[in-house]
Design a binder for this molecule. Structure first.
Ligand code: Z5A
Ligand code: MG
Length: 226
């Protein structure tokens, strides 16, 4: 008698604007999945623990400066170095929660104000997307949507490089464009109102998770690529 192969885990990306509650919801979700008997693991991007992650951390905390293209490629490389581990974890039957993924990568780089002389144009969305092509594609992207007013009521911005109001407004607009851009990708996005209480948001997020688990169950077992 042969044992049926272990069904793969789901790849669930949690994205959203700053202070939308992504990390709060990832922690709750991880506990809820595990206590429901679903093996799960959290993978945060940027992963500041690797050598590439150390370079990203120095840049974000403004202890080093890098060309806009160079830091963009480092954020992407930080995902590529996790790719094999993501795939083997999914194929062993464990669900992965991604706290930010390629979508933050695209919008934060494309939202940057151009540097006047050396780099007079903003980085285009298509340029920003290119280095991530081939990475594992999430079964769902749960997008925590929060108004500027609600976000401002939460704990204040830190001192990191991108935590400025003008940048956040551009990021909001680019996320909206990204969600509406390609009709093939539309079903990947699960938009949640993140302006409610932590518990209210967690319930909406959980519905997205159930949808992702259903998609995996009904799928052919393969992890798609970006
Ligand atoms: N970045 C990039 O440029 N390129 C890339 O490829 C990637 C990222 C992957 C650091 O990211 C920066 O890297 C980020 C994007 C850029 N730049 N910015 N700005 P990060 O993930 O390390 O950022 P973070 O420090 O974790 O912040 P965050 O992600 O923006 O926050 P959050 O995770 O969404 O929120 P939170 O920490 O869960 O909650 C924020 C506060 O609100 C906290 O006090 C909570 O207790 C509170 N909270 C949470 N939920 C609620 C509700 N429902 N009600 C009231 N209060 C709440
Ligand atoms: Mg966070």
């Amino acid at each position: 008698m042969t044992t049926p192969p272990t069904p793969r885990g789901a790849l669930i990306a949690i994205e959203g604007l700053d202070r939308a509650g992504k990390s709060t919801q990832c922690d709750l979700l991880l506990n809820r999945l595990i206590s429901s008997g679903i093996p799960a693991k959290l993978q945060k991007f940027p992963d500041r623990s690797t050598p590439i992650g150390h370079m990203i951390n120095s840049y974000l905390t403004s202890t080093s400066n890098l060309d806009d293209q160079a830091i963009h490629l480092l954020f992407s490389a930080n995902r590529w170095e996790a790719k094999d581990s993501i795939l083997s974890t999914l194929n062993s039957g464990t669900t992965i929660l991604l706290d930010r993924y390629i979508y933050s990568g695209i919008v934060f780089s494309a939202a940057k104000p151009p540097v006047p002389v050396e780099n007079p144009k903003p980085l285009s969305v298509s340029w920003c997307k290119a280095p991530d092509v081939g990475l594992p594609r999430p079964d769902i992207i749960i997008f925590l949507n929060i108004s500027q007013e609600d976000a401002e009521k939460r704990a204040g911005f830190g001192d990191e490089r991108y935590e400025k109001k003008e940048m956040q407004e551009k990021v909001r607009k680019l996320f909206e464009e990204l969600r509406g851009e390609d009709s093939n990708d539309k079903e990947d996005w699960w938009v949640v109102n993140a302006g409610g209480t932590v518990e209210e948001v967690a319930e909406e997020v959980w519905r997205g998770v159930l949808e992702a688990l259903k998609r995996v169950k009904e799928g052919n077992g393969e992890v798609r690529s970006i």
